[in-house]
Design a protein around this ligand. Structure first.
Ligand SMILES: Cc1ncc(COP(=O)(O)O)c(C=O)c1O
Length: 341
């Protein structure tokens, strides 16, 4: 099977498995796990944040980002296609009591003008307070696009000027950094709190990290406990995270190159529309003109290629650790066979 459903399916490397087996462990709820502590120190240093906490998932990272930055009855501004708005089972409302104000954008990149237009007037007691805003970089549903650093800085400055805190859903922040050849800390500097995933392109079996100031992370610790996400000998996972930050970041460029090859090949197939300008990282979205996405997906699966569909005619393929250039060529052949059958 060539599994292009998501980068979350990437398996840990042999080196990760070895490190997991031999990791020095302790109880992370007591702050005793030396491997977790080392990972948090490395991650905070890398992203230029004061403190960090290990959490089970990117979804929890976004719940923390909402809860730490906004209070009950307040509002969080988010892109209308953002993961936090679409795919997190209304966690902001259900868990943190925060309403999301969705803002429609062209590509997930919010302009200072759009931000200004979305902020509630502070002096109107009928309206909620716009306490925080969240940006997603790379932006999943908008095609894995990268926020140009200048645009992210401008949006962050605008949000701060309106008195809002900024949370960055950086589930794939390292893809964003590699794609535009900037340091990950430069991206993270645009936000007060950041979450990133170890279990996507970085190929760890599980885990994300939430970062911010010492006070933010203190609050996040309380929320992690409240949500049942405080785990014990988490060093078995953190050990893989340390290898990931050391060995799996630079290789994301291979995934991006494979995604590009895949997208260019797809764009040449009759009955496929693929906006190559949006293929900037490891996600490839494309539209089918002659068959439905579920039918196409089923036919590809029968021939050994797994993908995901996100609309009646919209497909997504994702490249990751474990997908080779040859796999990409084989997948393209399968797509061609399915479309010409
Ligand atoms: C942009 C983005 N944010 C957050 C998440 C949530 O991550 P997790 O699946 O670890 O909860 C995802 C998952 O795909 C994502 O794509």
């Amino acid at each position: 099977m060539i599994d292009l459903r998501s980068d979350t399916v990437a398996m840990p490397s042999p080196e990760m498995r070895q490190a997991m087996a031999t990791a020095e462990l302790g109880d992370d709820v007591f702050g005793d796990d030396p491997t977790v502590n080392r990972l948090l120190e490395v991650a905070a240093g890398r992203l230029g944040k004061e403190a960090a906490v290990f959490i089970p998932s990117g979804t929890m990272g976004n719940v923390l980002g909402v809860a730490v930055n906004a209070g009950r009855g307040e509002e969080l501004i988010a892109d209308a296609q953002s993961h936090v708005f679409i795919f997190e089972t209304a966690g902001a409302a259900a868990l943190a009591g925060v309403q999301i104000r969705p803002v429609s954008t062209e590509s997930g990149v919010m302009t200072p003008e759009q931000i200004a237009a979305s902020v509630r007037p502070r002096d109107d007691p009928h309206q909620p307070i716009s306490a925080a805003i969240t940006f997603e970089d790379t932006h999943n549903l908008h095609g894995g696009i990268v926020w140009p650093l200048e645009a992210l800085r401008a949006a962050s400055d605008a949000a701060h000027a309106h008195g809002m805190r900024v949370h960055l859903d950086g589930a794939r922040i390292f893809n964003a950094a590699i794609a535009q050849e900037v340091g990950v800390a430069e991206i993270a500097a645009c936000a007060d709190t950041v979450t990133f995933c170890l279990s996507k392109g970085l190929a760890c079996p599980a885990g994300s990290i939430f970062l911010g100031s010492r006070e933010d992370v203190e609050q996040a610790h309380r929320w992690r406990k409240r949500l049942g996400g405080a785990m014990r000998q988490t060093g078995v996972l953190a050990a893989a995270g340390l290898i990931a930050l050391d060995k799996m970041v630079d290789r994301l460029a291979e995934d991006h190159a494979n995604a590009r090859t895949l997208a260019e090949g797809l764009a040449e197939l009759p009955g496929v529309r693929c906006d190559l300008s949006r293929v900037q990282t490891n996600l490839v979205f494309f539209e089918l003109e002659k068959m439905t996405a579920p039918a196409f997906n089923d036919e590809c699966a029968k021939r050994g290629v797994l993908g995901d569909w996100s609309g009646p005619a919209r497909m997504r393929f994702v490249t990751h650790y474990g997908i080779s250039t040859q796999d990409v060529q084989a997948a393209l052949q399968v797509c061609e066979d399915v479309l010409s059958a």
